[in-house]
Design a protein around this ligand. Structure first.
Ligand SMILES: [Ca+2]
Ligand SMILES: [Ca+2]
Length: 399
């Protein structure tokens, strides 16, 4: 037998080693794949579970809102914060974030899109959830910000006025330091043109709205429709991260019926109201006309007293009348507002278009419901409208 030369043996060994290596690489690959498949099955199961938990949390939030409506149907109990349809700070029973565990079978059956789904039973919930409700009626609806009307008769909307006065307050001073009046106006103009149907710059009576958005690296066009989400507001040329964060507690977005375009030749028809019983103190101050009360400090002081008063006793109406506390009486008594019946020439303490969007109750709520299972988290962001008919979902998004 001819002995194989050594180098041939070496080659054989190398070949075997090579083959072994290939096999082990394939084996590792296969193991990894099967593990990944297993992981993805678990992942999918967790994702489905997390979504169910988030839905359950959402339903629980809507239940709490409905319960609140029922409590509000009790007639007003004078000199207390009980009864009567309103939402004041004393009604915190639905306002706290709610976490699992929770009672089951609470699904309100009037939720059209969720009607056929069952709330998971408590035993099957190997996860957790948290849900919170925020009062959107305590904020400025940016979809109501605009300036509309026939040429020469343009009217700034109530929501736009409140936003304008808020931006002019000391809190926002650092963002509009130079030529602040003009820059605040430009802020409102930009909002107006971004959401109105046409592509003409309204306050100039012409010019292309898109021009300023055609920037080199990231050109885009204005929406010419209502905002769907708050983060969309970041697309505005006048917005930056700092202003956005500062504005966030005061602004909201609803509803989003894009089929009804906003035409700039007509005054803005407000889709929502601001609840004077829940709006933050800064917004109360921004409701007061700077013509009627010229000092920023005075307006803020008045708003602070207003908030102190409502914490003890909710306002039952905006305008004067009745025996229950009303906002205009408060302003006359404690902030020196001049009654228009006493002096018709005095500037209105609250301008008409602002007065028109004020209310003493809340109708629109933001619900955030998070379901957690394993490593997976699902978040439902929703906006709901509460009325006598029940809870209607205006916006629904799963993240
Ligand atoms: Ca437009
Ligand atoms: Ca326009």
């Amino acid at each position: 037998m001819v002995k194989k030369p050594l180098f041939q043996k070496g080659i054989a060994i190398l070949l075997v080693l090579g083959a072994l290596m290939i096999i082990s690489v394939i084996a590792i690959e296969l193991t990894q794949r099967s593990q990944m498949a297993k992981q993805s099955v678990i992942g999918r199961r967790d994702a489905a579970k997390a979504l169910e938990l988030a839905k359950a949390a959402f339903r629980w939030s809507t239940f709490r809102l409905q319960l609140d409506t029922q409590l509000d149907q009790i007639p007003v109990i004078p000199n207390t914060n009980f009864g009567g349809k309103k939402d004041d700070f004393s009604e915190m029973q639905w306002n706290f974030p709610l976490t699992y565990p929770f009672p089951t079978n609470l699904a309100p059956d009037d939720l059209d899109d969720l009607k056929n789904e069952q709330v998971a039973s408590a035993e099957s919930l190997e996860g957790s959830f948290v849900s919170s409700i925020a009062d959107a009626s305590a904020k400025i609806n940016l979809n109501d910000v605009g300036i509309g009307g026939p040429p020469g008769q343009k009217v700034i909307s109530g929501a736009a006025k409140v936003l304008q006065y808020l931006l002019a307050s000391p809190r926002f001073q650092k963002y509009f330091e130079y030529d602040s009046d003009q820059r605040i106006n430009e802020f409102i103009y930009a909002l107006d043109d971004y959401t109105d149907f046409d592509s003409q710059i309204n306050h100039l009576g012409g010019g292309d709205e898109n021009q300023e958005y055609q920037v080199k690296d990231f050109p885009y066009s204005v929406k010419n429709g209502p905002f769907y989400t708050l983060s969309e507001v970041n697309m505005l040329k006048v917005m930056n991260d700092e202003i956005f964060e500062e504005l966030k507690p005061f602004i909201t977005i609803y509803p989003f019926d894009a089929s009804i375009p906003r035409v700039s030749s007509q005054p803005v028809i407000p889709k929502g109201k601001i609840n004077i019983n829940t709006a933050p103190v800064e917004l109360i101050a921004a409701m007061i006309s700077p013509q009627a009360m010229t000092s920023n400090r005075d307006r803020l002081n008045c708003a602070m007293r207003f908030v102190q008063a409502r914490n003890l006793l909710a306002f039952r109406s905006v305008k004067k009348g009745g025996t229950e506390p009303n906002a205009m009486n408060f302003f006359t008594e404690f902030c020196g507002a001049v009654d228009s019946q006493v002096n018709p020439d005095a500037p209105a303490f609250i301008e008409k278009q602002v007065l028109d969007i004020l209310d003493v109750k809340s109708d629109v709520f933001e619900i955030q419901a998070i379901g957690i299972s394993g490593n997976i988290e699902k978040t439902i962001s929703a906006v709901v409208l509460r009325s006598k008919e029940g809870i209607k979902t205006l916006y629904w998004k799963v993240l």
